[in-house]
Design a protein around this ligand. Structure first.
Ligand SMILES: *[C@@H]1O[C@H](CO)[C@@H](O)[C@H](O)[C@H]1NC(C)=O
Ligand SMILES: *[C@@H]1O[C@H](CO)[C@@H](O)[C@H](O)[C@H]1NC(C)=O
Length: 396
């Protein structure tokens, strides 16, 4: 059976923000405060609008729009930028620091029309045309559906509202869904350029521990699938169990799981635990662990050839081929030397797939000292990541 450390690393992939929240008994509070606009944007002196878009498979997703900077000055030709958060987070991910350090506010102050997406299942995106979140069918999706439905709905909606092509910023899982869509040549007609922070594509190099952990999770996952939403009671109990093992320091969960983030302030970390974990589906978690185990980027594996045939008309899941991303898509990638989730070896596999990309369309930035959360929360990210990102956007 699992040694506690490997189990820990496994759950790590999904979030130890979850564990920390469990330990401190904090619950996300966006809705209690009346939505992300009211609780996190207007309080900083910015105008904010709550929008809704319905996906082709019936999910009603919330989007927040910050249409202007603090000065409130409207300029004529604002370009829209869509920000997509990572796993177990929501749009609050972009709003955890002071306005001069948080990317969403910086982009608004720099004259962009800022749109914040929220994945299905998060607090802002709990609606559906016919299903309720209490219904197991509501949670029957993985990042395949985020790629096929959520992202296109958000792109199309922002394009409809603004009449402009979009810049895109993704963090973590928000990079995987974009890369997967681009590899199918989707969304590109609506895209100006894409910035991918802590890029996730391959997950196979994560660590031997991570792989063991994935095996354990995949074995237990079938039982968990019954409840569909993740994190759920069983996971929380598992984390509580792990945290009481000798030698495991859960007060340090964030760095155990997302790496030794160099530059977080305690106020942004407090804010993070106030707004995470957001809920995802267990199927999404299983899909990610399949990628850890197999080292491939392919659709959710139903396990049996006959079941895969039912879904895909082939015995194995279709592959997302990153080498198919058109060579002229403007891409900005920023990855960190201490990021255990966007592991340097896995990023190098992705870069190898992009080796024929036009050189003037690909900017790759490596931050030796950065771990997973630094890209959205570090006190110096405004200078070391967002300034180069803004220069990149201005070129495209
Ligand atoms: C807003 O725009 C007006 C007119 O262009 C300008 O005079 C004013 O200084 C701007 N205000 C701020 C705070 O940037
Ligand atoms: C965008 O506009 C088209 C044409 O008006 C409409 O059919 C479509 O539903 C809109 N899509 C979204 C996501 O708003």
């Amino acid at each position: 059976m699992a040694n506690p450390l490997s189990t820990l690393l496994l759950v790590a992939l999904l979030s130890l923000s979850a564990a920390a929240a469990t330990r401190t008994k904090l619950q996300p509070t966006n809705n209690v405060d009346g939505g992300i606009c009211k609780s996190l944007v207007e309080t900083q002196g910015y105008a904010c609008e709550e929008h809704k878009v319905t996906t082709a498979d019936g999910y009603v997703l919330g989007l927040q729009r910050i249409p202007a900077g603090r000065s409130g000055n409207e300029t004529a030709a604002k370009l829209p930028v869509l920000l997509q958060h990572g796993l177990l987070m929501d749009a609050s991910a972009w709003l955890l620091n002071e306005p001069d350090k948080a990317l969403a506010f910086i982009l608004a102050d720099e004259g962009f029309d800022v749109w914040l997406a929220n994945a299905r299942g998060t607090e802002s995106s709990r609606g559906h045309t016919s299903l309720s979140p209490n219904d197991p069918a509501y949670w029957d999706w993985s990042w395949d559906e985020l790629t096929a439905y959520d992202l296109p709905a958000a792109f199309q909606y922002v394009n409809n509202q603004t009449g402009q092509k979009l810049h895109y910023v993704g963090h973590s899982l928000g990079t995987l869904t974009a890369l997967a869509a681009f590899s199918q040549e989707k969304l590109l007609n609506l895209l100006r350029s894409a910035a991918l922070l802590s890029p996730i594509a391959y997950l196979g190099q994560i660590s031997p521990f991570g792989r063991t952990a994935a095996d354990i999770f995949l074995a237990q996952g079938l039982a968990l699938l019954r409840s569909q939403a993740f994190p759920n009671e069983q996971v929380n109990r598992l984390l509580d169990f792990i945290c009481t093992r000798p030698g495991i320091d859960c007060s340090n969960f964030l760095s155990v799981t997302t790496g030794p983030n160099c530059c977080l302030s305690s106020s942004s970390t407090d804010a993070l635990f106030k707004h995470t974990p957001q809920t995802t589906s267990t199927k999404n978690a299983l899909h990610l662990f399949q990628m850890v185990r197999k080292g491939t980027i392919e659709m959710y594996d139903y396990g049996l050839p006959i079941t895969n045939i039912k879904h895909y008309r082939q015995p194995t899941p279709p592959v997302y081929n990153m080498a198919n991303i058109p060579k002229d898509v403007p891409l900005f990638l920023s990855y960190g030397g201490r990021d255990p989730l966007s592991n340097v070896f896995d990023v190098n596999l992705l870069l190898d797939n992009l080796k024929d990309h036009y050189m003037d369309k690909l900017v790759v930035q490596f931050r030796e000292d950065y771990a997973h959360m630094d890209f959205i929360m570090a006190m110096n990210a405004n200078q070391v990541v967002y300034d180069p990102l803004l220069s990149f956007f201005r070129l495209h």
